[in-house]
Design a protein around this ligand. Structure first.
Ligand SMILES: [Zn+2]
Ligand SMILES: [Zn+2]
Length: 173
């Protein structure tokens, strides 16, 4: 049956590979556990600028839900509502999930790509264009921003946290 709304899993596409390792992410960026072992799945996120990944991570279910749980409830609610109201999940990796702009129109600039994976498959993936990234940024409280900066400082040593995208930009929820 071909149901447009319920996506069937597909193999993790090349653009969601770890550029650093040149293969699908193997371990969690935070705890180092093997991602394939997580039946609940794991999250992959990347920021692409001028067609190059400038930031990437994979988080196991435990680390991801642990981080989100530390965000302020206002931010969580605001982001959740925003995505619920604006997200067009049927676009997948073909265009901005928020404004529906075609991928061709922004792929030379900056965008973020996020996906939920399980084993060797991608369950769900989305792209957010740079102007929509700016919009989601305004939904983040300073507490949430702090949780995120701790995550960056602990896992990406040497990279100034303010040089990196905030959770709203990546669509971490
Ligand atoms: Zn982990
Ligand atoms: Zn957009």
């Amino acid at each position: 049956m071909d149901d447009f709304t319920s996506k069937s899993p597909e193999k993790i596409p090349f653009e969601l590979y770890s550029e650093y390792e040149e293969r699908p992410f193997h371990t969690c960026t935070r705890c180092g556990e093997t991602l394939l072992d997580y039946l609940e799945g794991y999250h992959v996120a990347k920021i692409i600028k001028n067609r190059e990944a400038v930031f990437e991570y994979a988080l196991c279910f435990t680390c991801h839900s642990g981080m989100v749980a530390e965000f302020s409830s206002e931010s969580r609610q605001a982001l959740e509502n925003f995505y619920l109201e604006n997200m067009n999940p049927s676009l997948g990796l073909n265009g901005c999930g928020l404004c529906s702009m075609e991928r061709l129109k922004f792929e030379d600039k900056e965008y973020s790509i996020g996906a939920m994976c399980q084993g060797k498959n991608m369950i769900d993936g989305f792209i957010i264009c740079s102007s929509c990234m700016e919009k989601t940024n305004s939904l983040i409280s300073s507490k949430t921003q702090g949780v995120w900066e701790d995550f960056i400082n602990e896992n990406f040593p040497g990279v100034p946290a303010n040089a990196l995208p905030s959770p709203g930009k990546l669509g971490v929820l």
